[in-house]
Design a protein around this ligand. Structure first.
Ligand code: BJW
Ligand code: ZN
Length: 242
């Protein structure tokens, strides 16, 4: 069944110059990567406080590393889906298309998006907790754990609870959100801050907010338009009508 888009939304999308896609775990669900929350969320089985915070890492680095290795293996087997792909294709249609993502899976870049702001880091990068030396994926293992030349523990370059987001990335994301004509919110519960604050910044600056999600969220009440369905189906359908 064809998705119904009202005339106002169509006109706004036709005239838009700068579009931002703010994305979360749901956009990668159709690629086969589990979300965090919800019925198939990874955190139904694993407690976030046991894994996604620095103290947990210091207490049990092997457990945290096992979790990230497991997720990395899943991610490496997955491919960008039609949602990632249409966003990348839109770079040929609009003056400015930016992606502000909470995901660490690299799928937007693999799909071909050029302007990607990763608010919560990237699973492909690592760094030493002592000297901050940056590592790619090949970190030497000592006693089964990745260790820096300096002897320090190496950790994934992701943002855990209680940690600051990369300041330059966050500030740039805020700037492009403020200047956007249309701001899509795709596959996120929008409950994790300060990432979610960017949604309301865009709204306050007059951007037109469009949500794409399989379910209603805390954000639904604040947006101009919600499309309920899978991102990989809804996004291509929207832009086939513009
Ligand atoms: C589909 C779909 C399909 C499914 N199509 N849709 C109160 C108490 C304690 C802490 C706080 C508090 N208030 C605020 C805080 C701070 C905390 C926070 O926000 N907590 C809230 C949860 C309450 N924030 C922080 O700690 C942040 N830092 C910070 O605040 O620093 C300042 C500070 C410094 C020092 C001291 C104190 C403060 C950092 C947050 C870091 C979040 N990190 C994670 C892990 C990243 C690494 C990793 O991946 O391992 O980021 S947590 C996790 O949540 C991950 C995600 O990016 C993030 C958001 O999740 P997302 O993407 O929304 O996924 P889901 O699963 O929630 O939703 C999926 C959605 O998709 C659903 O809506 C589905 O319906 C939908 N869907 N299939 C379309 N096919
Ligand atoms: Zn080091």
């Amino acid at each position: 069944m064809e998705l119904l888009i009202d005339d106002k939304t169509k006109q706004i999308l036709k005239k838009a110059k700068s579009i931002v896609f703010f994305t979360g775990a749901g956009i990668s669900a159709e690629s086969g990567i589990p979300t965090f929350r919800g019925k198939d969320g990874i955190w139904n089985k694993l407690k976030p406080e046991e894994l996604a915070n620095f103290n947990a890492f210091l207490k049990n680095p092997k457990l945290v590393w096992e979790w990230y290795q497991h997720r990395k293996e899943i991610i490496h087997k997955c491919q960008p889906n039609p949602a990632h792909k249409i966003i990348a294709e839109l770079q040929n249609k609009y003056e400015k298309v930016s992606v502000v993502t909470q995901n660490i899976d690299n799928l937007h870049r693999r799909a071909g998006s050029k302007s990607v702001y990763e608010l919560h880091g990237n699973i492909e990068r690592n760094y030493c907790i002592d000297c901050k030396k940056e590592y790619g994926n090949n970190v030497p293992l000592i006693d089964g754990l990745p260790k820096c030349d300096c002897g320090g523990l190496v950790r994934p370059d992701v943002v855990w609870f209680g940690e600051y987001l990369p300041q330059n990335v966050f500030t740039s994301a805020e700037e492009i959100a403020k200047k956007s004509d249309v701001f899509f919110i795709v596959g996120t519960t929008g409950i994790v801050y300060p990432a979610a604050s960017i949604i309301y910044l865009a709204k306050n600056k007059g951007s037109y907010l469009i949500e794409v999600n399989i379910d209603e969220t805390d954000i639904s009440i604040s947006v101009d338009q919600s499309f309920f369905g899978k991102a990989g189906e809804v996004l291509p359908q929207i832009f086939s009508q513009i």
